[in-house]
Design a protein around this ligand. Sequence first.
Ligand code: PEP
Length: 255
Amino acid sequence: MNKALRKAVIAGNWKMNKTPSEAKALLNEIAPLVKDADCEVVACVPYVDITTAVEAVKGTNIKIGAENAHWEEKGAFTGEISTGMLKEVGVEYVVLGHSERRQYFGETDETVNKRTKAVLKAGLKPIVCVGELLWERECNITEEVIARQIKLDFFDVTAEDMKNVVIAYEPVWAIGTGKTATADQAEEVCAFIRETLAKLYSKEVADGVTIQYGGSMNDANAAELLSKEDVDGGLIGGASLVAEKFAAIVKAASV
Ligand code: PEP
């Protein structure tokens, strides 16, 4: 299997942006622009937008994702949302381990691992984010950091379940900063992630996993990043909130 056989996934990560009515308006704007996409198009939206978003994308090729999910099905976890709740309202993808969750909300590889297994068990698709800090890159330990995250985040995840996993390589220094990794830097780490998966599972499993790049990807740089052999899509923050920019990235992934 090679790049041509993997499904490219372009996913917007809306973060804490857009009210339900704004979400509906944005999705209505995006839908006609991406209707001929030859890739998976996903919008990961705030929890309160999900029901409106699922309704808004009915009859389109856009899938809806959430931005996190808890590992327990129910219980005393104030403020958390379970996979069952997400499934019932029509969510298909869930972003996990985003650097903002790791940085501001105490997310660890252990909790990312628990969330990943719960999401897979529920039949949802996790988009698991990994990436190094600027300091770690400067200290030349990017590969060590990434290998550790991959090993821990996917601990005990079966080869069969890996078929439903998307990994987003997001160098933390490139998120929301306007600083994009060069296409070569993105390819180097995405290829390293695939090598790591091949060692942990098999080449066949590794070749089947969609690996996205994320970090200031936009309409101007997407084509070059997405042309790389091991970059199978993008997780898009800022540019996913502007219909034309997001659609241009989807178009770049569809060639
Ligand atoms: C993200 O939040 O996952 C992200 C990549 O953000 P941005 O595109 O704004 O850098």
